[in-house]
Design a protein around this ligand. Structure first.
Ligand code: FAD
Length: 392
């Protein structure tokens, strides 16, 4: 017997093992029962629901693909499925989770020394300590590899960091913020574990965002911020190491886009079956069905793409261009899906209480972060033509 048709039209769920399916349902139920009831209100007030963090920890889904340090050591596919389940209800919560579990824990997992991993990863896995990842700056986003303005210099005793970071998710409350800075002496990019309360570190919440309002993004100012050598990520020696982290997490962002599209599609489908105009459910009209089918085709294409992407990652043959292609395609198609969902809801499509408005706004953030459409396209373009169109 096939499960009921919702946003998994090709029954990709049937490709999962019993164990994977169980975890997927556990996350789905948690998101429906504990998170859905509070997201619209928190989104509206731009507040983070700290009350869910402890409950979230009990799901044991942090650091899913990592080995050791209390992490579940499951597949990248499982990590992607979890990202889809979380984003299907709320993209802000999945971003909070992606920044913590992917970018911050991933930096320590890939670039930290054994001591650094032992100190941070078990506590971060339990969400007792929260992480953030500071790469983007006010003056450099896409071109941060060559244009990073934040500097570090060893003064004989400590590393001294100066500069600013912009857009940094979780940074207003994180216990550890991974800060990337250019070494004034070698010109190489280095990574640092900056601890909460460091007197040279200031994080100001960015207000008035029109997307991902639950995520607490910060403008960080580092003023003679002193960090001991023991808190420099010991295996981050150049931007190539930063890029390793991004390669690992970009696939997760493509899955988030899928979750966003799925949430919007499922809301729209439900709505069109209930809403009656001219004496019949609007779902019975051909033009509405066309929108629903366009949404479903996009969603199904995205799902099959990210499923394969995660298989590549699990086989350890994932390349930058693979993740970039999925990020470009999924973030573009998601924009299309959410705008059609908004359309079939009529006026209610712009009201928060119907969920779709939130997905429409949040799709815009997915579109830009972890590499814009242009930058990810250029990564794929370089791979298929052999010519790099980047200028640095
Ligand atoms: P820019 O780099 O200024 O780009 C502007 C436009 O120019 C884009 O359309 C871009 O594609 C285009 N462009 C740039 N260069 C080229 C080129 N060579 N050819 C063609 N077009 C080009 N960063 C972090 O470090 N940590 C975080 O936690 C984090 N969270 C974020 C959360 C949100 C909600 C958002 C919106 C961003 C976040 N970011 C974070 C930053 C994000 O990664 C950047 O916004 C992104 O990399 C793009 O940089 P930019 O916004 O400075 O745009």
């Amino acid at each position: 017997d096939l499960p009921p048709i919702d946003g998994d039209f090709y029954n990709l769920d049937l490709k999962l093992t019993e164990e994977q399916r169980e975890l997927q349902l556990k996350v789905r139920n948690f998101m429906e029962d504990e998170v859905r009831p509070l997201v619209n209100d928190h989104w509206n007030r731009a507040k983070f629901p700290f009350e869910i963090v402890e409950k979230f920890a009990k799901l044991n889904i942090t650091g899913v693909p990592y080995e050791g340090y209390g992490c579940p050591n499951l597949s990248f596919l499982m990590e992607g499925i979890i990202a889809q389940e979380i984003a299907r209800v709320d993209v802000s919560i999945s971003t909070f989770f992606g920044v913590h579990s992917g970018l911050a824990m991933g930096s320590i997992y890939l670039c930290g020394s054994e001591e650094q991993k032992q100190e941070w990863l078990p506590k971060m896995q339990k969400l007792e300590k929260i992480g953030a990842f500071g790469l983007t700056e006010p003056n450099v986003g896409s071109g941060v590899a060559g244009g990073m303005e934040t500097t570090c210099k060893f003064d004989g005793e400590n590393w001294v960091i100066n500069g600013q970071k912009k857009w940094i998710g979780n940074a207003t409350f994180a216990d550890v913020i991974i800060i990337w800075a250019r070494d004034e002496d070698t010109n190489q990019v280095k990574g640092f574990l900056v601890r909460k309360g460091n007197p040279g570190f200031k994080a100001e919440k960015m207000e008035d965002k029109m997307a991902l309002r639950i995520v607490q993004n910060a403008l960080i100012t580092l003023t003679d911020c002193k960090v001991p050598e023991s808190d420099r990520l010991q295996n981050a020696n150049s931007f190539k190491d930063t890029a390793k982290v991004l390669r690992m997490t970009r696939a997760g962002v493509a899955w988030q886009a899928v979750g966003c599209a799925r949430g919007a599609y499922e809301s729209a489908l439900k709505y069109t079956k209930k809403r009656e105009q001219f004496g019949r459910p609007i779902a019975s009209y051909q033009l509405i069905q066309n929108h629903l089918v366009e949404m479903l085709s996009n969603l199904t294409a995205m799902q099959t793409m990210v499923f394969r992407l995660s298989e590549l990652q699990d086989q350890d043959i994932l390349k930058d261009e693979h993740a970039s292609l999925a990020k470009v395609f999924c973030s573009m198609r998601t924009r299309d899906v959410v705008s059609r969902a908004r359309e079939v809801l009529g006026g209610n499509g712009i009201l928060l209480e119907y969920d779709v408005a939130r997905f429409v706004a949040d799709a815009e953030a997915i579109y830009s972060y972890e590499g814009t459409k242009e930058i990810n396209s250029l990564i794929v373009g370089r791979a298929i033509t052999g010519y790099s169109a980047f200028v640095n």
